[in-house]
Design a protein around this ligand. Structure first.
Ligand SMILES: NC(=O)c1ccc[n+]([C@@H]2O[C@H](COP(=O)([O-])OP(=O)(O)OC[C@H]3O[C@@H](n4cnc5c(N)ncnc54)[C@H](OP(=O)(O)O)[C@@H]3O)[C@@H](O)[C@H]2O)c1
Length: 324
């Protein structure tokens, strides 16, 4: 193990050092090269949850690399406001404003159908939209809302946009998970997946669905292995964003000075889409431009039956193909 690999892994295990701006500040001394300037020219990327925090910074970074960016949010006024800011800051910006609530499966179907009629290829989708609800809420289709927004909507969108992703002849799908997923195992019983089996806990609900994103990205990656579409997941570290200050005010207050910038939180997703690095075997979970474990020693390896039951639930809820 090289000294930098050892130091990198030690930062990761310490959490505070690895996840804060200390981690990204140190690692950028040895991590892989930046995408080449203009390397996304002529390429088209969808960024969900692009009206705040990490998504907004990510859109800016993709624009800086020359990409056409589809800025997707659920609130039309916010989408227009952020698009106007980006056009002001990046005069060459090639931006497309998109409105869709990712947690509403009918809205996702309608939006994907409409997008498929107006663009020919997509080089990237970053499933960045994220939320934490304090009570258990339900989507229009009756699913627990964070499950719908983090898992079901992104899964459905990925499947419906496969033809566009395939047409790019080299594309990437990235699920923006969270280090919080280490605190939750995969749930496979329907009542657990929908968080109906116990009193709702916001942090645990968030962590469960962030674990599901990592598992789902691995399953997608296996399904598409050998083709031109890559699927990865990642976590951004601890980032100063409106989402953190609103949902986790105490954490935000205590960690505030050490939180990363939104740009640093967005970095790995931009790098993954722009450079399409090789993953090692079945590993697809990234942080700070390096693959990371998805479980630690004391956590059980994924039970194949639980994985199959989870995927079957996702397929049933979204009406997608069961081609795993
Ligand atoms: N910040 C961190 O430290 C951190 C750590 C780990 C993981 N993450 C992950 O990083 C991603 C971005 O987080 P952030 O901190 O930048 O959060 P944020 O500031 O709250 O931004 C979240 C974005 O997602 C959008 N969104 C939420 N639900 C949506 C839906 N149903 N449909 C469409 N858009 C939706 C929000 O739109 P509205 O403004 O309209 O709600 C907003 O644009 C999330 O997936 C989060 O879980 C963040």
């Amino acid at each position: 193990m090289s000294p930098t690999t050892f130091l990198d892994a030690a930062l990761d295990r310490s959490l505070v050092l690895g996840y804060t701006k200390i981690g990204s500040g140190l690692r950028r001394r040895w991590w892989p090269a930046d995408p080449a300037p203009g390397s996304m020219h002529g390429k088209r990327v969808v960024v969900t949850g692009a009206t705040s925090g990490i998504g907004e910074a990510m859109a800016r970074s993709f624009l800086d690399l020359g990409a056409t960016v589809h800025l997707l949010g659920r609130n039309p006024e916010k989408v227009s406001r952020y698009a106007a800011e980006l056009r002001r800051d990046v005069p060459t910006a090639d931006l497309v404003e998109e409105v869709c609530d990712i947690g509403d499966l009918d809205a996702v179907r309608a939006w994907c159908d409409e997008l498929s009629g107006r663009v020919e290829a997509l080089h990237g989708i970053v499933h960045n939209a994220g939320t934490m609800t304090q009570q258990r809420e339900e989507s229009p289709q009756g699913h627990e809302f964070t499950l719908a927004a983090h898992v079901l909507g992104p899964h459905l969108m990925t499947e419906l946009l496969l033809p566009l992703l395939g047409a790019a002849e080299g594309s990437s799908v990235v699920f923006m998970s969270s280090g919080g997923m280490y605190g939750a195992g995969l749930r496979s019983e329907p009542d657990e997946i929908e968080f109906r089996e116990a009193a709702y806990d916001a942090v645990q609900g968030y962590a469960r669905t962030k674990r599901m994103q990592v598992v789902l990205a691995d399953a997608w990656s296996d399904r598409l292995r050998g083709g031109t579409i890559r699927v990865e997941s990642m976590h951004p570290g601890w980032v100063a964003t409106p989402g953190v200050s609103e949902s986790l005010p105490t954490f935000n207050k205590v960690m505030g000075p050490l939180l990363r910038t939104a740009e640093a939180g967005a970095d790995t997703a931009v790098w993954l889409v722009a450079t399409r690095p090789e993953s090692a075997g079945s590993q697809h979970f990234w942080h700070d431009r390096a693959l990371r474990p998805t479980t630690f020693g004391w956590q059980r390896d994924q039970d194949p039956d639980a994985l199959a039951a989870f995927l079957a639930y996702v397929v049933g809820a979204t009406g997608t193909t069961a081609a795993w």
